[in-house]
Every structure is written in structure tokens, then in C-alpha cells.
Design a protein around this ligand. Structure first.
Ligand code: PDD
Length: 281
């Protein structure tokens, strides 16, 4: 495997960042995960728009132009012969002697791009089986809309899910409403067929896959409500599902052990999953 690190393509096993990289010391950096489908980047414009926004919220200057970054992403995909999989892009504020405020002058941001292959059949199998989710109190900072590499609460939530035999953990506000998953956006389908997902304010990440699903809903004239929903409402819903660039749409079949609907993947979720890759739409 090959990784791109600060202007060079290097063997993945020897790809390294500096010990004083602020991404490493302070989680002072941002990232994107972009899907590769049939050799092409999926929704790259939305990913690059969100990356620009994350960088500007943290006042990190873009280390290279969008076109150059896109070229690096495509080149990394090509050098790793990825047809289906993921590209990971991470940009940190750069390398400087450890001190909390922004270094002055600003260091050159550190850029890492990696790519890996995934077997599409594994994703399909998971979608057909459906996923269990657990719920966990929101313990993240107030700006999860910024796709920063500060993912410790997400790591802990995912581990909690794994230990409970579940695939995802939903962060829940003190008022009982679902925010989002540790690495996915959360959705329900009501018994009258309305599709509900939380409004994308500063409390959640505005998912690229979320936007793709909203486009697919519009094409089908399906009803969408962007609003908060409670754990109780989700447990009693007709369907639930989760979305991300790495897993697309995965039906949720259990929430904290309670079956959703008939406990099997729902037709709306599976149709939306198929719609994401339907190039004829
Ligand atoms: N996770 N919410 C959170 C907290 C996320 O980390 C992600 C993405 C999403 C879904 O966003 P998108 O549809 O743009 O992938 C929602 C990536 C895949 C990850 O951390 O691996």
C-alpha cells in the first residue's frame, strides 16, 4: 500500500508524521472519509466543501488548492488499485513546539491521504442483516459539526456498542432526543411513511451521505422532516437506519435491544441504499 504524506507518496508501512504534529498532540486537525465506487470518488465536491468549512472553522489555512487535493486523492486511489473502498484525508495545523495557542508564524499544515479497498459484498451482507444500535449520553464537545480528529468520545461509544454486541451507538441529549451515531447520521421512518432525521445544526455532523439520501427522497417525492426525534419514538418507528460514506445506508433492526418494526431491515432503508449508487437517477 501507498500513502501520501506531505507531498510524497511513500510505502504505507513506513508512512509517518512528526512527534510534534499538532494533530497528534492536540487533535488539532480535520479529516474526511470519501467513498470510492467503481474506481471513482463519490460526492467529492460535498466532501471538499465540508473539508474547507472544517478548516476555516479551526482557522487552518488550506495547504493546497482543491484541484490539487483532488488529484492527490485520485492518485492515492489509483496507486492502491482501489475500485471499491475509502479515501481518508487528514489535515492538521502542522508541526510546532508544543504550546496550546496557534503557532506564530503558522506552520505548514500536515496532509495525509490514504486509501483502502473494501469488499462491497460485506457491506451488502451487513445491510441485509441489519444493525443493532445502543444509545449513550452525549459527551462530545459543542461543535461536532466540525469534522475534527478529536474522536475520543466516538471511540468510547463505539467500543461500548461492540461490547453490547451492537454496531453503532447513538449519542442522546439530556432531553431524550437522538443526535447522531458515533460515525453515522441517524434516521427513522414513521408509520405514515415520513422520513425523519435531525436538523443539521452545530450539534451533529452534516453527513455527505445524509445529503445524498435527502436528494434521493426528493426524487421519489418521499416526505422528509428534519427535526429531532426521541429514542422512544425511534423504538416505536416503522423503520430506522444509519448513514455514512463508509457504510452507505444500514437498516437498524434493534435499539437498546428493542426490535424496530418487525425486527428486520425495512423496505425504505433498503430502497434508499440502492438509490445511492443508482447512476440512472
Ligand atoms: N464518519 N456523524 C459522524 C459523527 C461521523 O463521524 C460521520 C462520518 C457521519 C456521516 O457522515 P458522511 O455521510 O459524510 O460519512 C455522521 C466517517 C465515515 C468516519 O469517521 O469514518
Amino acid at each position: 500500500r501507498i500513502a501520501y504524506v506531505n507531498g510524497r507518496y511513500v510505502p504505507h508501512r513506513s508512512a509517518k508524521v512528526h512527534v510534534e504534529d499538532r494533530g497528534y498532540q492536540f487533535a488539532d486537525g480535520v479529516y474526511e472519509v470519501c467513498e470510492v465506487f467503481c474506481g471513482r470518488l463519490v460526492d467529492e465536491t460535498r466532501h471538499l466543501d465540508r473539508l474547507d468549512r472544517s478548516l476555516s472553522e479551526l482557522r487552518i489555512a488550506a495547504p493546497m488548492g482543491r484541484k490539487a487535493l483532488l488529484t492527490v486523492m485520485r492518485e492515492t486511489v489509483a496507486r492502491n488499485r482501489v475500485r471499491n473502498g475509502l479515501v481518508y484525508v487528514q489535515i492538521s495545523r502542522g508541526v510546532a513546539r508544543r504550546d496550546h495557542p496557534f503557532p506564530d508564524p503558522a506552520p505548514v499544515p500536515a496532509v495525509v491521504v490514504t486509501a483502502k479497498s473494501l469488499d462491497p459484498r460485506a457491506g451488502e451482507k451487513l445491510a441485509q442483516a441489519g444493525a443493532a444500535v445502543i444509545t449513550t449520553p452525549e459527551i462530545r464537545w459543542a461543535r461536532p459539526d466540525i469534522k475534527s480528529v478529536a474522536l475520543l468520545p466516538n471511540v468510547l461509544a463505539k467500543q461500548q456498542a461492540r461490547e453490547a454486541g451492537a454496531r453503532e451507538a447513538w449519542f442522546v441529549d439530556p432531553d431524550g432526543t437522538v443526535l447522531e451515531g458515533a460515525s453515522t447520521n441517524a434516521w427513522i421512518v414513521t408509520h405514515d411513511g415520513t422520513i425523519v432525521t435531525r436538523q443539521a445544526d452545530r450539534r451533529i455532523l452534516r453527513g455527505v451521505t445524509r445529503a445524498g439520501v435527502i436528494d434521493a427522497l426528493a426524487r421519489r417525492n418521499l416526505r422528509l422532516e428534519e427535526r429531532a426525534f426521541t429514542v422512544e419514538e425511534a423504538k416505536a418507528a416503522a423503520e430506522a437506519f444509519i448513514t455514512s460514506a463508509s457504510s452507505l445506508v444500514i437498516p437498524v433492526v434493534r435499539i437498546d435491544g428493542t426490535p424496530v418494526g418487525d425486527g428486520k431491515p425495512g423496505p425504505v432503508a433498503l430502497a434508499l441504499r440502492a438509490a445511492l449508487h443508482d447512476v440512472t437517477e
